[in-house]
Ligand binder design. Structure first.
Ligand code: MLT
Length: 334
C-alpha cells in the first residue's frame, strides 16, 4: 500500500509539473562581462530581484561576473544557440551579430544619458530589439547605461590627436570603433574584452577606452595612469536573453522577465546619475590623471563624424533612417 501511495504521489507531481510548467522553479544563468561594482553588475542584481519578486520567488538568476562564462562576443553565440540563458554585455559586442545596433556605436551619436534613454526606450529601441531577435536569436530585455567611454593609457597625457600618435590602443572587435580610431590617425588593436586587462598589464597594448565605472570595476587603474575625458561613445549595455529560452517560458514568466527588465533599466539610469562622479573621484584618488581633449574635442569629433558616419549609412538602415533618429533626438539632420 505504501508503495502504491508513493507512486501515486510521484505520478501526481509529474502530472502537475507537465500540465503547468510554470510551477518548476528555475535559476537562470547570466553571463556578465565586467567585474563587481559596475553598471552591468548593478543591472543584473536589479533584474534578479525584480524577477524573483514578480514570479513569487520561483525564478531567480545566478550572475557569473568577469567573463567567467566566456568572452562577451562568445556569449551572444551561446545564447543564440540556447546554451546560455542571459548575458549582459556592451552593445558594441552585439553589433557584429546584428549590424543595425551599430547606430548606438556611431561616434558622437549619443550626447547624454537622456539621448541614450530616448534611443533605447523609444521606437528606435523597439526596432533594435526586433532586429536583434531576427539577426542574432537573442532578445534585448533590459539596458544598462554606463556613461561615456573615456580613453586611458599608461604612457602619457593625451589631449590632442597628435598625442595619440604611436600609442597602441585596444578596441573591441567592432568595425565602427576601429574606423573611428583610424579617423583619429592611428591603427587600433582589436582584442577580446576578456583579454584586455592582461593585454594592458603585459604592455601588449598601451591603452583602451571604457566608461569610468567600467575602468573601476575592471581595476584598470592598477595598470593605467592617464585618462582623456572624451565623449565619443556613450556606453549602452543590454541584457540579452536567448530567444529560444524565452520562447520555452510560459506566458506569465515571459511577462515577468520583460517587466523585470524594464524596472532594472530604470534603476540603471538612476544609479549611473548618482555613482559616476563618485567613481571618477575614486580613480583620481587612486592616482589616475585626467586631461580634457584639446579645443573642446572639436577635431576629434569633426574627423570621426565626417569619416566614419558616411561609411555606415547602409548598415544602420540608410541615411533617411539616420535622419529620423537624429530628429527624435532634436538634432539637425544630415
Ligand atoms: C568592450 O570594450 O569590449 C566592452 O565595452 C566591455 C564591457 O562590456 O564593459
Amino acid at each position: 500500500k505504501q508503495r502504491f501511495v508513493k507512486s501515486l504521489s510521484l505520478a501526481l507531481c509529474l502530472g502537475a509539473a507537465m500540465a503547468s510548467p510554470q510551477v518548476l522553479a528555475k535559476t537562470f544563468r547570466v553571463a556578465v562581462g565586467d567585474g563587481a561594482g559596475g553598471t552591468q553588475h548593478e543591472l543584473g542584481k536589479a533584474f534578479s530581484e525584480q524577477l524573483k519578486e514578480r514570479t513569487g520567488g520561483k525564478h531567480d538568476t545566478q550572475l557569473f561576473l568577469n567573463g567567467q562564462l566566456g568572452d562577451e562576443q562568445a556569449t551572444v553565440n551561446d545564447a543564440s544557440m540556447g546554451l546560455l540563458d542571459f548575458s549582459i554585455l556592451a552593445i558594441n559586442n552585439v553589433t557584429p551579430f546584428s549590424p543595425s545596433v551599430g547606430v548606438l556605436t556611431l561616434p558622437y551619436m549619443v550626447h547624454s544619458l537622456d539621448d541614450a534613454v530616448t534611443l533605447t526606450q523609444g521606437e528606435v529601441g523597439q526596432q533594435l530589439v526586433d532586429n536583434t531577435i531576427r539577426d542574432a536569436g537573442v532578445r534585448i530585455v533590459g539596458w544598462a547605461y554606463s556613461g561615456f567611454r573615456v580613453l586611458t593609457n599608461s604612457n602619457r597625457p593625451v589631449s590632442s590627436l597628435e598625442d595619440l600618435d604611436g600609442l597602441k590602443i585596444r578596441v573591441p572587435n567592432n568595425e565602427i570603433m576601429i574606423d573611428t580610431y583610424r579617423a583619429w590617425g592611428i591603427n587600433p588593436t582589436p582584442m577580446a574584452w576578456s583579454e584586455t586587462f592582461t593585454g594592458l598589464q603585459m604592455g601588449v597594448v598601451d591603452g583602451q577606452d571604457n566608461p569610468y565605472i567600467t575602468v573601476s570595476a575592471m581595476k584598470f587603474d592598477e595598470v593605467q595612469k592617464y585618462i582623456t575625458n572624451i565623449r565619443y561613445l556613450f556606453s549602452i549595455e543590454p541584457l540579452i536573453m536567448s530567444e529560444a529560452v524565452f520562447q520555452e517560458q510560459p506566458e506569465d514568466v515571459q511577462q515577468a522577465i520583460l517587466a523585470a527588465g524594464k524596472a532594472a533599466t530604470e534603476h540603471s539610469a538612476q544609479w549611473l546619475a548618482v555613482q559616476e562622479d563618485r567613481i571618477k573621484g575614486e580613480l583620481v584618488k587612486s592616482g589616475m590623471e585626467i586631461s580634457e581633449p584639446a579645443n573642446g574635442e572639436k577635431e576629434w569629433m569633426d574627423k570621426a563624424v565626417s569619416q566614419v558616419w558616411p561609411k555606415y549609412y547602409d548598415l544602420v538602415g540608410g541615411k533617411d533612417k539616420l535622419n529620423q533618429i537624429l530628429q527624435s533626438l532634436g538634432r539637425d539632420t544630415l
